[in-house]
Each structure stands twice: as structure tokens, then as C-alpha cells.
Write a protein of this length. Sequence first.
Length: 519
Amino acid sequence: MSSDANKVSGPDLEKEGVAAGSIADGAVLLGHVMSEAVLVVRQGERFHAVGATCSHYGGPLAEGLVEGDTIRCPWHHACFDLRSGEAVGAPALAPIACYEVTRSGDRLFVIGRKTAPAARTTSEPASVVVVGGGAAGFAAAEMLRRRGFAGSLTMLSADSSAPYDRPNASKDYLSGGAPEEWMPLRGDDWYVERKIDVRLGARVTAIDVAGKRVRTGGGDVAYDALVLATGAEPIRLPVPGADLPHVHVLRSLADSRAIIEQARSGRRAVVVGASFIGLEAAASLRKRGLEVHVVAPETRPLARVLGEAIGGVIQKAHEAEGVVFHLGRKPAAIDPGAVVLDDGTRFDADVVVMGVGVRPNLALAEAAGLKVDRGVVVDANLRTSAPDVWAAGDIARWEHRRFGSVRIEHWVVAERQGQTVANNVLASRGSGSLAPFEAVPFFWSNHFDVGLNYVGHAEAWDSIDVDGDLEARDFTAAFRKQGRTLAVATMGRDGASLEAELAMERDDEAALQRLAAKK
Ligand SMILES: Cc1cc2nc3c(=O)[nH]c(=O)nc-3n(C[C@H](O)[C@H](O)[C@H](O)COP(=O)(O)OP(=O)(O)OC[C@H]3O[C@@H](n4cnc5c(N)ncnc54)[C@H](O)[C@@H]3O)c2cc1C
Ligand code: FES
């Protein structure tokens, strides 16, 4: 998952330097310092030099988007501060290198690395408890420590694994393309060094909002501030046989491991549901050499989210690799070693994966008396109806200034919300000022060699305007309602996806119209 940015090219920025005049304002120049790929970015008469490789999966930042003092990665939209290298926007959670630049006449030279200034420490609030060890929970804990929070920090997670790269559980990890060591977001030492008390297998069963305590099987834990990030649970269809040992859902690393274990000795897999996760699982199991059948009630996979035509592109990509679709069909029963469809068709299945959606884990919040309405209701700063309780990730419902009331199930959104919550927990106790969560939703999905990026949020639309060629998987598609662009999906056009994100942040409808003009 590393990019060519690892291979050095361009001028030796330390020894040869580069002519300042050769870099246009706002432009990026790729060179190197020793064996490190380094970018020089010009902003007026200021020059920044940073590592050229994204700290998430190694995306090539030279192909990213410079905006103000930041650069965004073309692959999954991580954002880095050019002045410090700090990862200011998920999914990257580690900085990139940042260098000093000196000028001699018109020549620029990149010299030593800058060291990040230490954050001012604060012990207010005295204790923070994070419920959930997923995207939002981890990002909140990481940001609390990054911002100098020195109080007690406890993460209670029902999962048996420490925070890991969940999106990979259906992609490279499931297909065998990513080794085990890629999955944890951080090693055990990282939590020890930062004094984060991670308790695994620790399910919180109740919250006492008035007494500021949470209950677990191992006893109560008191908090001054509570971050709720309990995510979602996968749905298991109520069909006879759904609880047989060869039938799996796919949410956790343990689920992914269990599927891999069964796939090792299996010949045929049946995936129930043509959701993003179902289809990613289908692609991964096919890559493992299994015969793969997908059973789903819709007539076109992903049409509800992407429309018929783009859904068709993804379906074709699967069919070209040998995945067999049984659309307009539901499973009627699952037997040991077989699946029976509602039209009586029966076929062998050594492993069955249910990818039929998730239900947000709202029960805790509901029982605690927090305001819940199709999600845990949070204000613009992600605070729940209780003053010291915050919520982030798949459970949170908030009012987005462009998309209205939303609850979003994306990795990057969950991480960014976790980061916002961390900042606001500290701000609510005097460190800085509260900041609203305004990020534009973004997700990515991979199917064999087809990658899709999606920014925005469109539950319904009047038109999908396409620039490019769907069949060639090289397009920008704008989902519009009453002339307003609600979402932009791209294949093979990472730059357009970044531009769409920025235009939505700025509410720049004219720029969005230009990305895929109505024909
Ligand atoms: C296989 C897979 C692939 C995905 N791929 C993508 C992708 O490519 N792009 C994308 O944008 N999104 C993807 N998603 C969605 C994304 O992973 C989620 O939106 C994201 O993880 C939500 O983060 P979260 O922190 O809200 O919840 P989660 O990451 O689910 O974390 C919730 C945590 O809370 C814990 N928990 C739950 N209840 C309790 C309790 N009572 N007490 C203590 N702990 C509790 C859980 O054990 C877990 O640790 C994928 C999801 C899956 C399952
Ligand atoms: S590789 Fe840069 S955001 Fe993923």
C-alpha cells in the first residue's frame, strides 16, 4: 500500500537546491533530501518543505491539493499542516516530516528537520473516559494526548482487539494482501507511553449521567468527561440457519479472521447483501481463490447510493473477475454447507458472509436518558444533551450546514468527529475555544482494481451529471437535487474528489457545477 512517492526523484533539495522562481505560487515541487522524497510548496514568498509520502497508506502528496497552509492527500483526503507536518485531518494520524528551508539569492535549500513544539499540558478535565475502541474512540484519545491532556484517560472497548484499521478488515487484510502487523492503529507500547488505560473486552452496561460514572462487568469507572463512540453492530438476517458456524457477519477484526480461517479450507463463498462491505468481502474472497456468489434483493448493487449506472460499473468489475450475482433474490434458509434462495435454488456454500447493513449502538445512550432520535443527538460541537457527555462516529446525529440532519457511517467522519470531540472536551474546560464539526463526509471503497471516492451526502437526487467515461472507470459524477450538488463520486480522478470536498466546505456551488457540468 505504499506509493511511488517512496522512490526519490527530482532535485537533491539539500545539495543542489532549487530556483525559487521555478516554483509558481501555490505550486508543489517534488525532490528529495538524502533518500527521503520531499515536497517544496510555495505560498507567495513563503516556502514550506515536507515529506512527500502520506503517513496513512503512503499516498503521493505531490498529487494532492494545497489549501492555505495545508496539503491534502489524493487517496483518502488526509490533511497535513505545511508549517509543522502535523496530521490535522484524518485518516492520517501521524505527522509527516517537516523541514527548514533557507534561501541564498534565488536558490532554496532544504536543511534539517524541524522538531514539533511540545503541546502545553493541561489536566482539565481531571479524567476522560472513552467508550469504544474504534475509529472515533481512538482518534479522540490520540488527539487528547496530542493536545497535551495530562489527566487520566481510559478507553473501555467491548472489542477483544486494541483499535485497528477496520476498513482493511474487508479489503487487503481479508484478501491476504495485508499482513497482520498492518492492522493495529498503534502498538501496545504507544498506549503505555501515553498512559492510556485501554481495557479490552470491557463492555459498558450503563451510564450514570448524574453520578458521572459508567458501569462495566469489572466495576464502575468515574469520569469528568465522557466520550461515547460505540459504533454499530452488523445485522444478522432472521433466516433459518443464520446462526450456523459457517455464517459470519463482518464488523470486527475477529470476524475477518474467522472468515479467513473458514475460507482457507473452503471452495465456495456466498455473500448475502450487495452492500459496500458485502461487495468488498466478495472481491477479497475471490482474490483468495474462492468461487463467490452474491445474493441480494436489489436489481442493481449499490444503486440506492450511487445510482444504476455507477452501480453497474461496480457490478461489471466483479463479474469480470468471476463473481456471480443472484439479484432480486433473498436467502430463504441456510443449511450446513448450502444456501437456499427464495426461488428454491440451492447451492453449496462453505462460508457465508452477511453484509446486510448495521444498526447503531444506541441502547446505552437511550437508557442513560440522553436525547436519541435515529442516533445520539449532538449539537454543532458534538456535545450530547448531557453537558459532559460527547458523542462521535456512527452513533452521532448532527445538523450539517449543507446536508441537514445526518448520521454518517464512514471511517474518516468517525475519526474527524473523535478529533473534534477531543478538542472540544479540552476547550469546554478552558483550553481554546469550542469548534463546530463541519467536515464534509468522505468515504472510499475498493473492488478489485476499481477504487471509488465519494464526498458529500445524497440520500436522493434529481440527476447524476457525469464528466468522463463510466465504462473506462474515469469519471466525476455529481449527484444534484434542485440544481444543488449534494455529492460527488469519482473513479480515477482523485484531484476532482479533493476539489469537490473543498468546494463543499466553501459552499462554492459554482465550482461544483464546473466539476461535472449538466449536459
Ligand atoms: C469491514 C468494514 C469495512 C469498512 N470500510 C470502510 C471504508 O472503506 N470507508 C469508510 O469510510 N468506512 C468504512 N467502514 C465503516 C467504518 O469502519 C465505520 O464508519 C467506523 O468504524 C465507525 O467508527 P466508530 O468509532 O463510530 O465505530 P467503530 O469503529 O465500530 O467502534 C465502535 C467501538 O465501540 C465498542 N463498543 C460498542 N459498544 C460498546 C459498549 N457498550 N461498551 C464498550 N465498548 C463498546 C466496539 O467494540 C468498538 O470498539 C467499514 C466498516 C467495516 C465493518
Ligand atoms: S494514503 Fe493518504 S489519506 Fe490514505
